[in-house]
Ligand binder design. Structure first.
Ligand SMILES: [Zn+2]
Length: 244
């Protein structure tokens, strides 16, 4: 999702050792972002995923009780493709997420635990480049912005320190996907292939969406578009925001 008209600056991720990716649903990381994850894990960057829901309300014809565990398993497989073993899936309600204090506390807690240099999330805008953004994506993005600041404030959630020894943590970068891109993360051909395979891992979910663009076509298109704007064959476009 890029504006190929404008040039994207190369994002210097050389000083980044840990990245926490925070999204609403299984598959949300797999529209290009997971290709960047593959790039990072290949050179030893630690990457963890935090999903706020199991996406249990995501398949119209199937019962959420069946869909939740199934999509969680598909996400585990997808993570394995791009070298991620640290996957947390919360049981917040799919379709009904709110950017409230409970959600912020969950995210802040994970930030203090994992201590990321960068957090990656999806855009909180209502109107995204591809159309109207899902409520859960909006809530997750917004709650993530606030939780990064919450996690950095030692006077908030003091019980996390008292009970779990979780100290305040300052995240340096917020990388937002699906927003107006400012930067590009260059991708090797191998990382693009892993990105495609990681989306294909959501088999049952994609099979329930017959109009979905085939993963190869979709990921190749997204990464080639950002690549063209950055002067490389393939890239992930991100909005990079300096935090604390
Ligand atoms: Zn989603």
């Amino acid at each position: 999702m890029t504006n190929s008209e404008s040039a994207l600056e190369h994002f210097d991720d050389s000083g980044i050792g840990r990245v926490l990716c925070i999204v609403a649903h299984p598959d949300d990381m797999e529209y290009g972002a997971s290709a960047a994850v593959a790039e990072w894990t290949a050179r030893g960057v630690e990457v963890a995923y935090l999903l706020l829901t199991a996406g249990e309300a995501g398949i119209r014809e199937m019962d959420p009780a069946e869909v939740g565990p199934l999509r969680a398993e598909e996400q585990r497989r997808s993570c394995a493709v791009v070298g991620v073993t640290d996957l947390t899936i919360l049981d917040l309600p799919d379709g009904l997420l709110q950017a409230d204090l409970e959600t912020r506390r969950h995210i802040a807690r994970r930030i203090r635990e994992f201590r990321p240099d960068a957090v990656m999330c999806t855009t909180w805008e209502l109107e995204a480049p591809w159309g109207l953004n899902h409520v859960d994506h909006r809530a997750t993005g917004l709650a993530t912005v606030d939780a990064i600041r919450d996690a950095d404030n030692p006077w908030l959630y003091r019980e996390l320190r008292a009970e779990e020894g979780l100290e305040a943590w300052s995240t340096r970068w917020l990388l937002v996907t699906g927003a107006a891109n400012t930067h590009a993360i260059a991708l090797s051909a191998e990382s693009v292939e892993k990105g495609i395979a990681s989306l294909e891992a959501h088999k049952v979910y994609l099979a329930a969406l017959p109009d979905h663009v085939p993963p190869r076509e979709m990921i190749t298109g997204i990464t080639a578009g950002a690549g063209a704007a950055a002067g490389v064959p393939s890239a992930l476009g991100v909005r990079a925001i300096r935090m604390g």
